[in-house]
Ligand binder design. Structure first.
Ligand code: RTP
Ligand code: MG
Length: 136
């Protein structure tokens, strides 16, 4: 079944010059990019995007981090796109969870600075795509 998911290249990924690497991996997998832009993230958007983590010990530093520099936001489409992109991204902790060969496994060291984001369910994807690309 064709799905859509929200992909972010977080500020650390942009800063490290990994936009091309991420796009290349999306395209090589056979997924399609249907919207994409580079932008700064407002406090409001950051808090809404990460609302599920509000109140957790890492919430404030997460918001500070995601608003610290430009991100690339994209909507990616394809069969099982949500799970497919999370496989390409790798687990949340780049060392303990992300497999070698995934983006986080290949390029990440710390959980907070894990380079990319992907929606974790169809409900999250619908909510996040509406938040980031209201006109899509
Ligand atoms: P994301 O939402 O960014 O795609 O990452 P995820 O699903 O793999 O992980 P999630 O549990 O949703 O956490 C969101 C982001 O918060 C930061 N985090 N820090 N210090 C910590 O223990 C901790 N836990 C999570 C990471 O940047 C994570 O991607
Ligand atoms: Mg998440």
């Amino acid at each position: 079944m064709t799905e859509r998911t929200l992909v972010l290249v977080k500020p650390d990924g942009v800063e490290r010059g990994l936009i091309g690497e991420v796009i290349s991996r999306i395209e090589r997998k056979g997924l399609k990019i249907v919207a994409m832009d580079l932008r700064m993230v407002s406090q409001e958007l950051a808090a809404q995007h990460y609302a599920e983590h509000d109140g957790k010990p890492f919430f404030n530093s997460l918001i500070e981090f995601i608003t610290s520099g430009p991100v690339v936001a994209a909507v990616v489409e394809g069969p099982r796109a949500i799970a497919a992109w999370r496989q390409i991204a790798g687990g949340t902790d780049p060392v303990e969870k992300a497999a070698p060969g995934s983006i986080r496994g290949d390029f990440g060291l710390e959980t907070q600075f894990n380079l990319v984001h992907g929606s974790d369910s169809p409900e999250s994807a619908a909510r996040e795509i509406k938040l980031w690309f209201p006109n899509l």
